[in-house]
Write a protein that binds this ligand. Structure first.
Ligand code: OGA
Ligand code: MN
Length: 298
């Protein structure tokens, strides 16, 4: 059917011997999905599929989530297909052809600033710098389990406000207050339950989590920083060194990802589809289920 090799972290695995450009029967897809539940970062090697094959495979995981940036915006993908997104530093006629062009990226879970974030990301390597630009993954179930009982108790009933402040050049005519007010935002539990496995997941990230609700931003910042430092620890990550033709599929509920720096003079081009979650992330501690609070910005 295919070969599966666990990578240097058990939550990541590599699949070889499979051509995703060919029709995939339900039995094989079921086996892939089961492998993905065990290894929430799956690397498919040596794919040479086009955008339609890529999209068709993404649709096996669920309904596609359109890219964030609309045509014409800085960093938008110039395509009539609203679902495809390019991650790239390449410019054509002086205009970026994709998003997240520069350097390192902080750990995040895609679209955690939306009420219904994405379930899966499917990123395909097309042009790869010789050094750096690795995509870094962390298992947030593992991070949750590593917390002290005291920390687990503290976060059990907490919610956070997440916000989208793009990593692109910011509009210089806006104040930071205006940017925050107009950005996309959502409130989510600090600990969510994986919709399929029921496992607890620590759901805060350095890139998008603005504050813990119910306490001041000044009180929240140092607490969040403790969690972010755990996620940043190089020991627990799987660093994906891209080869052209890799497709990486991550469970965006259970894992976070970031990126290491790379030489801005080297071209980097990846193509991505994202898949919607079925519903908003649910709290792991269900006693807080009926109290989804308001956004908090101060
Ligand atoms: C993404 C992303 C990281 C990378 O596509 O959502 O964060 O390595 N990409 O470019
Ligand atoms: Mn991302």
């Amino acid at each position: 059917m295919f070969y599966l090799n666990q990578l240097d972290k058990p939550f990541a695995a590599e699949i070889t011997g499979l051509d995703l450009g060919k029709p995939l029967n339900d039995e094989i897809f079921k086996a892939i999905y089961a492998a993905w539940m065990k290894h929430p970062v799956l690397v498919f090697r040596d794919q040479s599929f086009d955008v339609n094959d890529h999209q068709a495979f993404a649709e096996r995981f669920g309904k596609l989530k359109p890219r964030l940036r609309k045509n014409g915006q800085q960093g938008a993908t110039a395509s009539d297909n609203p679902d495809v997104m390019y991650v790239s530093n390449i410019k054509e006629n002086g205009v970026l052809i994709g998003t997240s062009p520069n350097g390192a990226l902080n750990f995040h879970s895609d679209s955690s600033f939306d009420e219904i974030p994405s379930k899966a990301g499917l990123l395909y390597g097309m042009e790869i710098p010789t050094i750096g630009g690795d995509t870094l993954f962390v298992d947030m179930c593992q991070v949750y389990e590593s917390l002290s009982q005291e920390m687990k108790d503290f976060i059990a009933d907490k919610w956070v406000t997440n916000i989208h402040l793009p990593s692109l050049p910011l509009d210089p005519t806006q104040t930071q207050e205006e940017r925050i007010r107009t950005a996309r935002k959502a409130v989510h539990p600090m600990v969510i339950s994986h919709p399929e496995s029921g496992l607890p997941i620590l759901y805060v990230n350095r890139h998008q989590t603005y504050k813990i609700n119910g306490i001041t931003k000044a009180e929240s910042d140092p607490i969040l920083e403790r969690f972010f430092e755990l996620v940043d620890s190089p020991k627990i990550r799987y660093s994906h060194k891209w080869r052209k033709g890799d497709l990486v599929v991550w469970d965006n509920r259970r894992t976070q990802h970031g990126r290491s720096d790379f030489d801005p003079n080297q071209r980097r081009l990846l193509r991505r589809f994202a898949v919607f979650c079925d519903a908003s992330p649910k709290p792991y501690h269900t006693e807080t289920l009926n109290s989804r609070p308001q956004l908090e910005l101060a």
